[in-house]
Ligand binder design. Structure first.
Ligand code: SF4
Ligand code: SF4
Ligand code: SF4
Length: 202
């Protein structure tokens, strides 16, 4: 059972489609930025696994038509993530500066960013895996940076029987039953629920 609600995904459609006619809907994107920045210093990427509208959209809607293939390792690499972060954030800030603070125009910048990133996440979600975009999404990278070691998944090695179930349910395709820190864990709790030996906890 997924903790994140499927209804959150409706927000993505609302902003991406409705925002074309009513640009103020774009400020929902700014609210999402603000919320994840407040949460991440305490809970790492918890927002991604529990509150993100696009995370919900990809889990529940794209997940139905995804090919569910392995996510390429390069997607997790900072060689890709840092340029994507700088490129997309720089592009957004540059466009906001061009609006001269006009409310609807700023809203439209956020709507455009939402359409752009949603298109990429749908394409990767269908072609590879529902959360493929989330491995290098700029907001995921930012949360990783702000809350790297916070609210870590714990493994009891004495209980673990190395069955691999946790790895099969992990939407981020992490090596769940390794002791190492997992800064890209989105704290969805699916591995904790799936583990037959209750070896995992937060
Ligand atoms: S990585 Fe980005 S799109 Fe994915 S859940 Fe996190 S904030 Fe949302
Ligand atoms: S599901 Fe539990 S027992 Fe199986 S490998 Fe993962 S942590 Fe170990
Ligand atoms: S390690 Fe567990 S809690 Fe973290 S993303 Fe994977 S399934 Fe979710």
């Amino acid at each position: 059972m997924l903790k994140i609600t499927p209804y959150l995904g409706i927000i993505v459609v609302l902003v991406s489609v409705g925002g074309i006619w009513y640009p103020k809907l774009g400020y929902v994107v700014a609210l999402v930025f603000l919320t994840l920045m407040i949460i991440s210093p305490f809970r790492g990427r918890w927002f991604c696994g529990n509150l993100c509208p696009r995370g919900s959209f990809n889990d529940f809607w794209i997940g139905r038509i995804s090919r569910h293939l392995p996510i390429p390792r390069i997607f997790r690499s900072m060689v890709l993530r840092v340029p994507v972060f700088i490129g997309l954030m720089g592009f957004m800030i540059w466009r906001i500066l061009l609006t001269q603070g006009m409310v609807d125009k700023v809203g439209m910048v956020f709507v455009t960013m939402c359409i752009l990133t949603t298109s990429a996440s749908i394409f990767l979600g269908v072609a590879l895996s529902p959360r493929a975009w989330c491995t290098f999404c700029p907001m995921g990278t930012l949360q990783r940076r702000l809350g790297r070691g916070k609210y870590q998944l714990k493994l009891d090695p004495d209980l673990c029987i190395d069955c691999g179930v946790c790895k099969t349910v992990c939407p981020m395709q992490l090596e769940v039953n390794e002791i190492a820190e997992k800064p890209d864990c989105i704290k969805c709790g699916r591995c904790v629920e799936a583990c037959p030996k209750e070896a995992l906890s937060f």
